[in-house]
Design a protein around this ligand. Structure first.
Ligand code: MRU
Ligand code: ZN
Length: 259
């Protein structure tokens, strides 16, 4: 009898130790810790209409532990708390932290494809209406040229001396693949992987009638790319409404303007 009680106590202690270790992964006073930053960015994105009605989300790879932080599924993203986060070890694809009351985000396989195939440091998924509008207007590719804001987006080239990413120039064209939506988020993986293969320089993929996935080597860069691309998609829709193709040459806009 007493040994049974002891066994249970030992089991409980082991469980408590494991739970405490898991909880430590999401407890930090550092606002830049992935568990805190996901909450902060989701709030910010909510007020941009990018992650409303539980849609969209963010995942961040911790630069020290290399663990991947992912928000749970079907929750109001602007109300997330650090303790709501799933944590995955990308070496084993196993969760090292699983909050009891939630399921992992349906976007997880897409986030993982970006981490594995693009060495991403963070992946942002939004249900931006500008992305949806571009996917309705354009075919399998969104292109925009000669707009100052494209200079925030990497060209895919690296500086041979510093090894740093070279961004697009004002005179370049930004091209982002558009893939078709599927009934279930996880079924998007095939289309996403195809687009990653066909567009080695791309830092985003638009999903028709759904939204956009944007990634970068760090969360700071992914945030900048997402903001710049969203600005460009919004502008492209306005240009299109005026009859101006977003990828038209400098000076050619007057030929197209329908005002
Ligand atoms: C409004 S439901 C949207 C989901 O199906 C999906 O597209 C999405 O972006 C979020 O999935 P989630 O599993 O809540 O992280
Ligand atoms: Zn979505």
């Amino acid at each position: 009898m007493s040994s049974c009680f002891c066994d249970k106590a030992i089991e409980r202690t082991a469980d408590d130790v494991a739970t405490n270790a898991q909880d430590k992964l999401v407890q930090s006073s550092d606002p830049k810790h992935p568990a805190n930053l996901i909450c902060t960015l989701c709030k910010l994105f909510y007020y941009n209409n990018w992650v409303t009605g539980t849609g969209g989300g963010i995942s961040i790879k911790d630069s020290k532990s290399k663990y991947i932080y992912i928000a749970p599924s079907g929750v109001q993203k602007e109300q997330l708390q650090p303790e709501d986060m799933f944590v995955m070890d990308p070496e084993t694809d196993a969760y090292v932290r699983t909050p009891q009351k939630y399921k992992p985000s349906a976007c997880t396989p897409l986030f993982m494809a970006c981490y594995k195939r693009r060495a991403a440091g963070a992946v942002i998924h939004t249900h931006s209406q500008h992305a949806v509008m571009c996917s309705l207007i354009f075919g399998n590719e969104f292109k925009i040229a000669n707009i100052e804001q494209i200079k925030a987006i990497p060209s895919g080239e690296k500086d041979p001396v510093t090894g740093k990413d070279i961004n697009l120039s004002f005179f370049d064209t930004l091209a982002i693949p558009i893939i078709d939506n599927t009934a279930h988020e996880e079924d998007l993986v095939g289309g996403l992987q195809m687009a990653l293969h066909q567009y080695p320089a791309a830092t985003a993929v638009i999903v028709r009638r759904h939204g956009i996935y944007v990634w970068g080597p760090s969360v700071e860069k992914a945030k900048v790319f997402n903001e710049a691309i969203d600005y460009l998609m919004e502008l492209a829709v306005k240009m299109y409404q005026l009859g101006i193709p977003p990828d038209c040459g400098i000076g050619d806009e007057k030929k197209h303007l329908t005002l």
